[in-house]
Design a protein around this ligand. Structure first.
Ligand SMILES: [Zn+2]
Ligand SMILES: [Zn+2]
Length: 340
Protein backbone atom coordinates (compact mmCIF):
# COMPACT_ATOMS: atom_id res chain seq x y z
CA UNK A 1 0.00 0.00 0.00
CA UNK A 2 1.51 3.27 -1.13
CA UNK A 3 1.26 6.85 0.12
CA UNK A 4 1.64 9.36 -2.74
CA UNK A 5 1.29 12.47 -0.60
CA UNK A 6 -0.11 13.81 2.67
CA UNK A 7 -3.82 13.38 3.32
CA UNK A 8 -4.20 10.98 0.39
CA UNK A 9 -5.60 7.49 0.92
CA UNK A 10 -3.07 4.68 0.54
CA UNK A 11 -3.22 3.04 -2.84
CA UNK A 12 -2.66 -0.65 -3.59
CA UNK A 13 0.11 -1.16 -6.13
CA UNK A 14 2.37 -3.80 -7.58
CA UNK A 15 5.94 -2.76 -6.97
CA UNK A 16 9.23 -4.59 -7.61
CA UNK A 17 10.47 -6.70 -4.73
CA UNK A 18 13.11 -4.66 -2.84
CA UNK A 19 16.71 -5.73 -3.30
CA UNK A 20 18.56 -5.90 0.05
CA UNK A 21 21.61 -3.64 0.06
CA UNK A 22 24.86 -4.26 1.95
CA UNK A 23 24.09 -5.38 5.50
CA UNK A 24 20.37 -5.57 4.84
CA UNK A 25 17.95 -8.44 4.99
CA UNK A 26 14.95 -8.97 2.77
CA UNK A 27 11.95 -9.86 4.91
CA UNK A 28 8.81 -11.62 3.73
CA UNK A 29 6.18 -9.79 5.75
CA UNK A 30 3.55 -11.74 7.68
CA UNK A 31 1.90 -8.92 9.60
CA UNK A 32 2.45 -5.23 10.28
CA UNK A 33 1.05 -3.21 13.13
CA UNK A 34 -0.66 0.12 12.52
CA UNK A 35 0.65 2.88 14.77
CA UNK A 36 -0.55 6.40 15.45
CA UNK A 37 2.74 7.55 13.89
CA UNK A 38 1.61 5.98 10.60
CA UNK A 39 -1.51 8.10 10.91
CA UNK A 40 0.60 11.24 11.51
CA UNK A 41 2.62 10.42 8.37
CA UNK A 42 -0.49 9.85 6.25
CA UNK A 43 -2.22 12.93 7.65
CA UNK A 44 0.84 15.14 7.01
CA UNK A 45 1.53 15.95 10.69
CA UNK A 46 5.01 14.53 10.10
CA UNK A 47 6.18 16.46 7.14
CA UNK A 48 9.28 14.72 5.80
CA UNK A 49 8.30 11.30 4.46
CA UNK A 50 10.02 9.94 1.40
CA UNK A 51 7.43 9.85 -1.37
CA UNK A 52 6.01 7.66 -2.64
CA UNK A 53 6.19 5.70 0.59
CA UNK A 54 5.19 2.30 1.90
CA UNK A 55 4.29 3.04 5.56
CA UNK A 56 4.44 0.62 8.49
CA UNK A 57 7.09 0.15 11.16
CA UNK A 58 5.93 -2.77 13.29
CA UNK A 59 6.89 -5.44 10.81
CA UNK A 60 6.83 -9.14 11.59
CA UNK A 61 8.17 -11.48 8.94
CA UNK A 62 10.75 -14.06 8.01
CA UNK A 63 14.15 -13.52 6.50
CA UNK A 64 13.94 -14.34 2.82
CA UNK A 65 17.48 -13.37 1.79
CA UNK A 66 20.46 -11.35 2.94
CA UNK A 67 22.24 -8.65 0.98
CA UNK A 68 26.01 -8.53 0.51
CA UNK A 69 28.23 -7.97 3.55
CA UNK A 70 28.50 -4.41 4.79
CA UNK A 71 31.83 -2.96 3.72
CA UNK A 72 34.04 -2.42 6.75
CA UNK A 73 31.36 -3.81 9.05
CA UNK A 74 29.66 -0.44 9.55
CA UNK A 75 30.75 2.39 11.80
CA UNK A 76 30.31 2.40 15.51
CA UNK A 77 27.24 0.27 15.87
CA UNK A 78 28.08 -3.27 16.96
CA UNK A 79 27.14 -6.01 14.55
CA UNK A 80 24.19 -7.97 15.87
CA UNK A 81 25.05 -11.20 14.16
CA UNK A 82 23.38 -12.33 10.98
CA UNK A 83 19.90 -13.78 10.99
CA UNK A 84 19.25 -17.15 9.41
CA UNK A 85 17.13 -17.42 6.30
CA UNK A 86 13.64 -18.38 7.46
CA UNK A 87 14.11 -16.85 10.93
CA UNK A 88 11.24 -14.72 12.22
CA UNK A 89 12.30 -11.17 13.01
CA UNK A 90 10.80 -7.78 13.72
CA UNK A 91 11.59 -4.48 12.01
CA UNK A 92 11.00 -1.44 14.24
CA UNK A 93 10.69 2.32 13.68
CA UNK A 94 14.43 3.02 14.09
CA UNK A 95 15.77 1.65 10.82
CA UNK A 96 19.29 3.03 11.10
CA UNK A 97 21.46 5.65 12.74
CA UNK A 98 24.78 7.21 11.78
CA UNK A 99 26.81 5.39 14.43
CA UNK A 100 29.31 8.24 14.62
CA UNK A 101 27.64 11.23 16.29
CA UNK A 102 27.77 12.02 20.00
CA UNK A 103 24.26 10.63 20.53
CA UNK A 104 25.05 7.35 18.79
CA UNK A 105 28.32 6.95 20.68
CA UNK A 106 26.59 7.60 24.01
CA UNK A 107 23.93 4.97 23.47
CA UNK A 108 21.31 7.55 22.60
CA UNK A 109 20.88 6.58 18.97
CA UNK A 110 17.18 7.46 19.34
CA UNK A 111 18.29 11.12 19.13
CA UNK A 112 20.66 10.74 16.16
CA UNK A 113 20.13 13.56 13.68
CA UNK A 114 20.86 11.28 10.75
CA UNK A 115 18.64 8.38 11.79
CA UNK A 116 16.47 6.63 9.23
CA UNK A 117 12.96 5.64 10.20
CA UNK A 118 11.08 2.67 8.82
CA UNK A 119 7.87 3.55 7.04
CA UNK A 120 8.96 7.20 6.90
CA UNK A 121 12.38 7.61 5.27
CA UNK A 122 12.54 3.97 4.22
CA UNK A 123 9.76 1.78 2.87
CA UNK A 124 8.01 -0.15 5.60
CA UNK A 125 5.82 -3.15 6.15
CA UNK A 126 2.47 -2.37 4.54
CA UNK A 127 3.76 -4.65 1.78
CA UNK A 128 4.62 -8.26 1.09
CA UNK A 129 8.36 -7.62 1.29
CA UNK A 130 10.50 -5.14 3.17
CA UNK A 131 14.27 -4.63 3.25
CA UNK A 132 15.93 -3.51 6.49
CA UNK A 133 19.35 -3.00 8.06
CA UNK A 134 19.81 -6.24 10.00
CA UNK A 135 21.62 -4.44 12.85
CA UNK A 136 18.37 -2.69 13.75
CA UNK A 137 16.06 -5.72 13.55
CA UNK A 138 15.10 -7.88 16.50
CA UNK A 139 14.64 -11.60 16.92
CA UNK A 140 11.10 -12.07 18.27
CA UNK A 141 10.23 -14.06 21.38
CA UNK A 142 8.61 -17.39 20.64
CA UNK A 143 5.17 -17.77 22.10
CA UNK A 144 3.85 -14.66 20.40
CA UNK A 145 1.78 -15.39 17.31
CA UNK A 146 2.70 -13.07 14.42
CA UNK A 147 -0.23 -10.72 14.90
CA UNK A 148 0.35 -10.37 18.63
CA UNK A 149 4.06 -9.76 18.12
CA UNK A 150 3.53 -6.82 15.74
CA UNK A 151 2.31 -4.21 18.26
CA UNK A 152 5.19 -5.04 20.59
CA UNK A 153 7.54 -3.44 18.07
CA UNK A 154 6.43 0.16 18.55
CA UNK A 155 3.39 0.43 20.80
CA UNK A 156 5.24 -1.90 23.15
CA UNK A 157 8.80 -0.78 23.03
CA UNK A 158 8.46 2.98 22.68
CA UNK A 159 5.85 2.67 25.41
CA UNK A 160 8.45 0.79 27.42
CA UNK A 161 10.89 3.68 26.97
CA UNK A 162 8.17 6.04 28.25
CA UNK A 163 7.63 3.78 31.24
CA UNK A 164 11.37 3.84 31.98
CA UNK A 165 11.26 7.65 31.89
CA UNK A 166 8.55 7.51 34.56
CA UNK A 167 11.29 6.23 36.89
CA UNK A 168 10.23 4.10 39.81
CA UNK A 169 6.85 5.79 40.25
CA UNK A 170 4.42 3.40 41.88
CA UNK A 171 1.22 5.24 40.92
CA UNK A 172 1.20 5.95 37.19
CA UNK A 173 -1.51 7.52 35.08
CA UNK A 174 -1.95 6.51 31.43
CA UNK A 175 -3.72 9.14 29.33
CA UNK A 176 -5.20 7.38 26.32
CA UNK A 177 -5.69 3.65 26.63
CA UNK A 178 -4.94 2.31 23.15
CA UNK A 179 -2.30 0.13 21.53
CA UNK A 180 0.58 1.29 23.70
CA UNK A 181 -1.13 1.66 27.07
CA UNK A 182 -2.85 -1.72 26.97
CA UNK A 183 0.54 -3.42 26.52
CA UNK A 184 2.36 -1.24 29.03
CA UNK A 185 -0.32 -1.63 31.69
CA UNK A 186 0.48 -5.33 31.79
CA UNK A 187 4.23 -4.73 32.02
CA UNK A 188 3.75 -2.09 34.73
CA UNK A 189 1.47 -4.37 36.77
CA UNK A 190 4.15 -7.06 36.54
CA UNK A 191 6.56 -4.50 38.00
CA UNK A 192 4.18 -4.05 40.93
CA UNK A 193 2.91 -0.57 40.03
CA UNK A 194 -0.62 0.83 40.26
CA UNK A 195 -2.19 1.99 37.01
CA UNK A 196 -4.73 4.76 36.59
CA UNK A 197 -6.25 4.81 33.10
CA UNK A 198 -7.73 7.97 31.64
CA UNK A 199 -9.87 7.78 28.51
CA UNK A 200 -11.92 10.24 26.50
CA UNK A 201 -14.76 11.48 28.71
CA UNK A 202 -17.67 9.07 28.59
CA UNK A 203 -15.74 6.19 26.99
CA UNK A 204 -17.17 3.53 29.31
CA UNK A 205 -16.06 0.69 26.99
CA UNK A 206 -12.48 2.00 26.98
CA UNK A 207 -12.49 2.24 30.77
CA UNK A 208 -13.82 -1.29 31.06
CA UNK A 209 -11.09 -2.48 28.67
CA UNK A 210 -8.47 -0.77 30.85
CA UNK A 211 -9.79 -2.43 34.01
CA UNK A 212 -9.79 -5.80 32.26
CA UNK A 213 -6.09 -5.34 31.45
CA UNK A 214 -5.20 -4.60 35.04
CA UNK A 215 -5.82 -0.88 35.56
CA UNK A 216 -6.53 -0.25 39.26
CA UNK A 217 -8.73 2.70 38.39
CA UNK A 218 -10.21 3.97 35.14
CA UNK A 219 -11.98 7.24 34.49
CA UNK A 220 -12.25 10.21 32.16
CA UNK A 221 -9.32 12.48 31.33
CA UNK A 222 -11.15 15.47 32.82
CA UNK A 223 -11.49 13.74 36.19
CA UNK A 224 -8.89 13.86 38.96
CA UNK A 225 -7.51 10.48 40.02
CA UNK A 226 -8.62 9.16 43.43
CA UNK A 227 -5.10 9.78 44.76
CA UNK A 228 -2.22 11.94 43.47
CA UNK A 229 -0.05 10.21 40.87
CA UNK A 230 3.73 9.96 40.93
CA UNK A 231 4.01 9.95 37.15
CA UNK A 232 1.80 10.12 34.09
CA UNK A 233 2.36 9.01 30.52
CA UNK A 234 0.39 10.76 27.79
CA UNK A 235 -0.20 8.45 24.83
CA UNK A 236 -2.96 10.48 23.18
CA UNK A 237 -1.83 13.28 20.82
CA UNK A 238 -3.84 15.95 22.64
CA UNK A 239 -1.89 18.89 24.09
CA UNK A 240 -4.63 19.75 26.60
CA UNK A 241 -3.75 16.55 28.44
CA UNK A 242 -0.41 18.04 29.56
CA UNK A 243 -1.92 20.51 32.08
CA UNK A 244 -4.51 17.86 33.04
CA UNK A 245 -1.74 15.38 33.82
CA UNK A 246 0.32 18.00 35.68
CA UNK A 247 -2.68 18.64 37.91
CA UNK A 248 -2.92 14.91 38.59
CA UNK A 249 0.72 14.33 39.59
CA UNK A 250 2.12 15.06 43.02
CA UNK A 251 5.20 17.22 43.71
CA UNK A 252 8.29 15.71 42.13
CA UNK A 253 6.20 13.80 39.60
CA UNK A 254 6.99 13.42 35.90
CA UNK A 255 4.64 13.79 32.95
CA UNK A 256 5.98 11.87 29.95
CA UNK A 257 4.67 12.69 26.47
CA UNK A 258 5.07 9.44 24.57
CA UNK A 259 3.89 10.43 21.10
CA UNK A 260 5.84 11.83 18.17
CA UNK A 261 3.28 14.56 17.53
CA UNK A 262 0.87 16.45 19.75
CA UNK A 263 -1.53 19.33 19.28
CA UNK A 264 -0.42 22.61 20.89
CA UNK A 265 -0.25 22.61 24.67
CA UNK A 266 -2.48 25.31 26.12
CA UNK A 267 -0.99 27.90 28.52
CA UNK A 268 -1.17 26.81 32.12
CA UNK A 269 -0.37 28.38 35.51
CA UNK A 270 3.16 27.88 36.78
CA UNK A 271 1.75 26.56 40.05
CA UNK A 272 0.88 23.18 38.47
CA UNK A 273 4.49 22.74 37.29
CA UNK A 274 6.05 24.08 40.47
CA UNK A 275 7.17 21.57 43.11
CA UNK A 276 9.77 20.02 40.81
CA UNK A 277 7.24 18.48 38.51
CA UNK A 278 8.81 17.57 35.17
CA UNK A 279 7.35 17.51 31.68
CA UNK A 280 9.35 15.55 29.14
CA UNK A 281 8.98 13.83 25.81
CA UNK A 282 10.18 10.46 24.65
CA UNK A 283 11.59 10.11 21.16
CA UNK A 284 11.95 6.92 19.14
CA UNK A 285 13.78 3.93 20.58
CA UNK A 286 17.23 2.52 21.03
CA UNK A 287 18.10 -1.04 20.26
CA UNK A 288 18.67 -1.56 23.95
CA UNK A 289 15.06 -0.56 24.65
CA UNK A 290 14.01 -3.21 22.16
CA UNK A 291 16.16 -5.93 23.67
CA UNK A 292 14.99 -5.12 27.19
CA UNK A 293 11.33 -4.92 26.33
CA UNK A 294 11.26 -8.04 24.16
CA UNK A 295 12.84 -9.92 27.09
CA UNK A 296 10.43 -8.41 29.63
CA UNK A 297 7.20 -8.96 27.67
CA UNK A 298 7.15 -12.77 27.80
CA UNK A 299 8.31 -12.78 31.44
CA UNK A 300 5.51 -10.40 32.36
CA UNK A 301 2.99 -12.48 30.39
CA UNK A 302 2.13 -9.49 28.21
CA UNK A 303 -0.58 -10.29 25.67
CA UNK A 304 -1.59 -7.86 22.99
CA UNK A 305 -5.20 -7.43 21.98
CA UNK A 306 -5.30 -6.98 18.22
CA UNK A 307 -7.86 -6.03 15.64
CA UNK A 308 -6.80 -7.64 12.33
CA UNK A 309 -7.38 -6.10 8.90
CA UNK A 310 -6.31 -7.51 5.54
CA UNK A 311 -3.46 -5.50 3.98
CA UNK A 312 -5.74 -3.97 1.36
CA UNK A 313 -7.95 -2.55 4.15
CA UNK A 314 -5.10 -0.39 5.51
CA UNK A 315 -7.11 2.80 4.94
CA UNK A 316 -9.94 1.36 7.01
CA UNK A 317 -7.55 0.53 9.85
CA UNK A 318 -6.15 4.07 9.76
CA UNK A 319 -9.67 5.56 9.74
CA UNK A 320 -10.66 3.45 12.74
CA UNK A 321 -7.53 4.56 14.60
CA UNK A 322 -8.21 8.21 13.72
CA UNK A 323 -11.79 7.94 14.98
CA UNK A 324 -10.84 6.08 18.18
CA UNK A 325 -12.88 3.04 17.15
CA UNK A 326 -10.20 0.47 18.02
CA UNK A 327 -9.87 -1.76 21.03
CA UNK A 328 -6.20 -2.57 21.44
CA UNK A 329 -3.96 -2.45 18.37
CA UNK A 330 -4.76 -2.61 14.66
CA UNK A 331 -2.63 -5.10 12.72
CA UNK A 332 -2.53 -5.62 8.97
CA UNK A 333 -2.47 -9.27 8.00
CA UNK A 334 -0.13 -9.38 5.02
CA UNK A 335 0.28 -13.15 4.70
CA UNK A 336 -3.06 -14.89 5.28
CA UNK A 337 -1.13 -17.75 6.89
CA UNK A 338 0.21 -15.46 9.61
CA UNK A 339 -0.43 -16.88 13.06
CA UNK A 340 -3.13 -15.00 14.95
ZN1 LIG B 1 24.15 9.35 15.02
ZN1 LIG C 1 4.94 3.60 16.03
Amino acid sequence: MILDGPKKPLRPADVPQPVPGPGEVLVRVRACGVCRTDLHVVDGDLAEPKLPLIPGHQVVGTVEAAGPARPGGGEGAPRRGGFAVGQRIGIPWLGGSCGGCDYCREGRENLCGHARYTGYQADGGFAEFCAADERFCFPLPEGYPDLQAAPLLCAGLIGYRALRMAGDAQRIGFYGFGASAHILAQAAKYQGRKIYAFTRPGDAAGQEFARRLGADWAGSSDEPPPEPLQAAIIFAPAGELVPAALRAVARGGTVVCAGIHMSDIPAFPYSILWGERVVRSVANLTRQDGQEFLALAPRAGVRSVVQPYPLEKANEALADLRAGRLTGAAVLVVDPRAAQ
